[in-house]
Design a protein around this ligand. Structure first.
Ligand code: SF4
Length: 307
């Protein structure tokens, strides 16, 4: 369960099967509050099972990285004040996304998209699938549709995953209209984020988001942009460069006074509100896959209204 339309359609289809099942949501910590409310209300609205929530824990990685900083940075001539500040910021916050970025000293990107694996695939595999496999075979339903992307179209409907679970894609041949029809059939409203203009439900924002999606998020949910801005400052203070940006570093074409410096989310948001200009930003976003990741496990929903 991502709280998006496809996984909700799967959940409803599983109820129709009449067989017991478990529904699992991997909380990245970079979610809109409407997602938690939506998945928490599903059981009451459907008489289906409660959606179990798993979260990755990076305490071990944070401790290891903090010890490295305390030992190595002073030897590299980094000031005691900066060492102490960076080390202190390695206390786990309990927010998986932020803790992951602090432990790595950077944000994920399209080219280094460790977020899906670390925040979704591994917690679900380690906390749900592997324990369940000890009791017998596991059939894992994935809300993947062939018409979401070329990559997803190439996937089989059924295969065995490295975890040992069997993967089944029950709505593989469904259209978006089929998915909405399934919602209507069960009298289930769609996630309100779609009504707020979002094309996908998932990280807010996703490192792969499109220019248009970022503009809509900034207009509708500025508090999430403010949160990311705060995270950028935190992650920047935990690496030697003293800089870190949510979107992959691009040279800011408008930053003439500081050539070669990188732009934070606030600058990228301002650019997203322009019709044209900012050649590097434009190129960067044109290379984005747009709206979520293309994970084989359908753990990040794809945007069907991308620009
Ligand atoms: S939605 Fe985007 S940012 Fe979130 S885990 Fe998936 S790829 Fe990463």
């Amino acid at each position: 369960m991502s709280g998006g339309k496809d996984s909700t359609a799967c959940y409803l289809l599983a109820i129709e099967s009449g067989r017991p099942f478990r529904a699992v949501f991997a909380d990245t910590g970079n979610e809109h509050e409407a997602v938690y409310e939506y998945i928490n209300r599903l059981p009451d609205r459907t008489a289906g099972p409660k959606v179990e929530i798993v979260r990755a824990d990076f305490s071990r990685q944070l401790n290891r990285h903090r010890d490295y900083i305390l030992e190595k940075w002073p030897q590299q001539g980094i000031s005691a004040e900066k060492v102490q500040q960076a080390a202190a910021l390695h206390a786990p916050t309990g927010n998986p996304y932020l803790d992951l970025c602090v432990s790595k000293g950077r944000f994920p990107s399209r080219m280094a998209q460790f977020c899906t694996e670390e925040l979704k695939t591994l917690p679900i595999t380690e906390q749900i699938i592997l324990p369940a496999l000890r009791d017998g075979p596991v059939l894992q339903w994935l809300g993947i549709r062939a018409d979401e992307s070329a990559n997803r179209r190439r996937q089989p409907r059924f295969n065995k995953h490295d975890s040992g679970a069997y993967l089944w894609r029950p709505i593989f041949n469904w259209t978006v209209e089929d998915v909405w029809r399934q919602h209507r059939k069960h009298g289930i409203p769609r996630n309100p984020l779609y009504d707020a203009g979002m094309g996908r439900v998932g990280c807010m924002p996703c490192v792969n988001c499109s220019k248009g999606e970022l503009r809509k998020i900034a207009a509708q949910f500025p508090e999430h942009i403010a949160r990311i801005e705060q995270w950028e400052q935190t992650v920047a203070a935990t690496n030697k460069r003293g800089s870190s940006t949510f979107f992959a570093a691009v040279t800011d074409p408008t930053d003439v006074d500081r050539p070669g410096t990188y732009s934070g989310i606030r600058t990228v948001v301002e650019w997203s509100q322009t019709a044209r200009g900012g050649r590097q930003f434009q190129m960067f976003f044109e290379e984005q896959t747009g709206g979520g990741c293309d994970s084989d496990m359908a753990l990040c929903e794809r945007d069907t209204q991308d620009e």
